[in-house]
Unconditional design. Structure first.
Length: 293
C-alpha cells in the first residue's frame, strides 16, 4: 500500500511540473508571436519602400533626360539660353484625383520654361512696333515643345520588369500655350488655341490675330499631325496654316462640354459600357479625368 502511495505522489509532482512548463510556454508564446508578426510586417514594409524608391528613381531619371533633350531642341529653335525645368506634381495631381492602387507607379511632371535673354529679344524684335518677328520665334519654340508633350498631357510608359511606370508630362499651366519667363519675372506667352494667335506679355494681350480656318479636305485631314497621347481616345489636332500654328481640341464625346465627371459619366455610361450603364459608368468617369487632368 505504501509503495502505491509514493507512486501517486510522484505522478502528482510530474503533473504539476508538466502544467507549469505548459503555462510558461504559453506565456512566452503569447509575447513571442506578436513580436514575430511585427518583425515580418516591418520587413515587408522595408521591401515595399525599397521597391518604391527604385521606381521613383526610374521616373526621375526619365523626366531629367526628357527635360534635358527638350531644352537642347528648344534652344536650337531660337532662344539659345532657354531653360527647361520641371516639378513633380504626383502627390498633388494623381493622389487627389484617383484612388487606383497603381497611383504609386504613375507620375505627373509639370514643365516650365525660362530665359535670361527673352526680355532683350522681345524689346529688339518689337522696337519698330511690329510683333511678327517675335511671334515667329515663339511659334518655333511652341512647335518644338508640341513634339514633346503638348498640347495637353502626354503619357510615357516605362517598362520595369513586369510592371509599367507611367509618366505624364505637360505644361505647368496645363495648356498648349508656350510660356517663357524672363529674367525679371515677366512672362511671354503665345496662345494659338481657339483659332486665334494671341501674344501676351505679363498677362496682357499685346497682339491678337484671328486665324481663318481652311476648308478641310481629305488630303489635309490625312496630313494633320496629332499630338497628345492621353488615354481613352482623346486627341488634340494641330494644323499649320501660313506659318501660324492653330490648335483645336476635338473629342468624340464632347468631354470638354462637361464641368463635372459625374454629369459626363451619367450621360455616356451606356456608350462606354456597350449598353450596360453600370459597366460603363466608371470607364466614362475615368475618361473625363484623363481628359481634364
Amino acid at each position: 500500500m505504501r509503495g502505491n502511495t509514493m507512486s501517486d505522489e510522484k505522478k502528482g509532482k510530474v503533473f504539476l511540473i508538466s502544467m507549469t512548463v505548459i503555462i510558461v510556454l504559453l506565456f512566452l508564446s503569447q509575447g513571442a508571436y506578436p513580436k514575430y508578426k511585427a518583425g515580418k510586417y516591418e520587413e515587408e514594409q522595408k521591401k515595399i519602400a525599397a521597391e518604391q524608391k527604385k521606381v521613383d528613381a526610374k521616373a526621375e531619371d526619365y523626366i531629367e533626360e526628357y527635360a534635358s533633350q527638350l531644352q537642347d531642341k528648344m534652344r536650337l529653335a531660337g532662344v539659345d539660353d532657354l531653360i527647361v525645368t520641371y516639378d513633380d506634381l504626383t502627390d498633388d495631381i494623381f493622389k487627389k484625383y484617383t484612388s487606383s492602387e497603381e497611383v504609386n507607379y504613375t507620375y505627373y511632371y509639370a514643365v516650365s520654361y525660362s530665359s535670361e535673354s527673352i526680355d532683350q529679344i522681345y524689346a529688339e524684335d518689337t522696337q519698330d512696333g511690329s510683333y511678327e518677328s517675335f511671334i515667329r520665334l515663339m511659334e518655333n519654340e511652341q512647335n518644338v515643345m508640341n513634339e514633346g508633350h503638348a498640347p495637353g498631357d502626354h503619357n510615357h510608359d516605362i517598362e520595369y520588369g513586369d510592371q509599367t511606370i507611367t509618366v505624364y508630362i505637360g505644361n505647368a499651366d496645363r495648356s498648349s500655350a508656350i510660356n517663357i519667363k524672363g529674367h525679371q519675372g515677366t512672362e511671354y506667352c503665345l496662345d494659338t488655341s481657339n483659332g486665334q494667335s494671341k501674344l501676351l506679355v505679363g498677362g496682357v494681350t499685346v497682339n491678337a490675330v484671328q486665324e481663318e480656318e481652311e476648308p478641310e479636305t481629305a488630303e489635309s485631314s490625312s496630313n494633320t499631325s496629332t499630338a497628345g497621347g492621353r488615354l481613352g481616345g482623346d486627341s488634340f489636332d494641330t494644323s499649320t496654316s501660313s506659318g501660324n500654328a492653330s490648335t483645336r481640341r476635338t473629342d468624340p464625346y464632347d468631354v470638354y462640354d462637361y464641368d463635372d465627371p459625374d454629369d459626363f459619366a451619367e450621360e455616356w455610361a451606356e456608350e462606354f459600357g456597350d449598353g450596360d450603364y453600370d459597366d460603363g459608368y466608371d470607364d466614362a468617369y475615368d475618361y473625363w479625368e484623363d481628359a481634364w487632368y
